[in-house]
Write a protein that binds this ligand. Sequence first.
Ligand SMILES: [Zn+2]
Ligand SMILES: [Zn+2]
Length: 333
Amino acid sequence: MRAAVFHGNGVLRVEEHPDPVVERPDDVIVEVEACGVCGSDLQILNVPPGHPSTPPVVLGHEFVGRVAAVGDAAGVRVGARVVVDPDPKCGACHFCRTGRPAACTNILALGVHRDGALARYTKAPAASVYPLSEGVEATAAALIEPLACVVNGTNRAAARPGESAIVFGAGAIGCLFIAVLKAAGAAPLIAVEPSEARRPVATAVGAEIVLSPDEFAVRREELFPLGADIVVDAVGTRLAAAIDCAAMGARIVLFGMNANALPPIRQYAITERSLSIFGSYISNFTFPSAIRLVEQGSLPLAPIVTHVLGLEAVHEGLVLLRSGEATKVVITP
Ligand SMILES: [Zn+2]
Ligand SMILES: [Zn+2]
């Protein structure tokens, strides 16, 4: 089959790759319908990488597909439509056994540390496979994995109706936060995004005002005289800015991933304003919620997928994402 294989040192090649085969009783082979390209894929491809991985590896972890083959104990039927949690939890380590699966010490992530879904076929353990109804558009289904992570982040902030919120970064993750915070009743809800191309998408998913960072610096006092109750950093480098605009007792959710970011922090403001700062990593029992939100059509997700490309055009997709022209690129292998 054709697959987008990361070879280390920023090199991604679309090339021939062996089809995955059933080896264990719980193996599920999935024929991929659609797979999103994630900000963390860009971080993996950066030199030096902003996110660790184990090359050579097929990238791609945000996907929907159809079961093509199963082991004896997989418990799903061939032909079923499925989405997959790409971070299989072991269920047996200290953190799994104490209710913190995102901290599982034995995760071998699909598309990061083992082969993922930027390929015609991929393989997942049955415990990570979730059924999905036939009526969902493949492009919307490809957003379920990042949405599960965003629902986790939103839960951490414990958003209450009528609280004000600022989202830094209106890429796909920022837009998913905007959509979920809007559904949770955030008001006002403001996004800050440098890319002009991305700002209309943020508006379409529920942001009342979308500003460039320069415009935000000018209008912040007027829009948030008391600061914002919830601040989301969907970039991975905006903690200092998030602290600057946080209200007394605000919650800050750090979601973006950039291992090279070392922002200077005014620690005094965290203490003096009693801020809560939450790191939010992957999903946390939130796949069922994300699937339900997408199956029910509860969120206006369609504008987020700005580009749908074939596998051979994956590099074009990376350029569109890096330039900020695309919000979410979905590949149909
Ligand atoms: Zn992702
Ligand atoms: Zn574990």
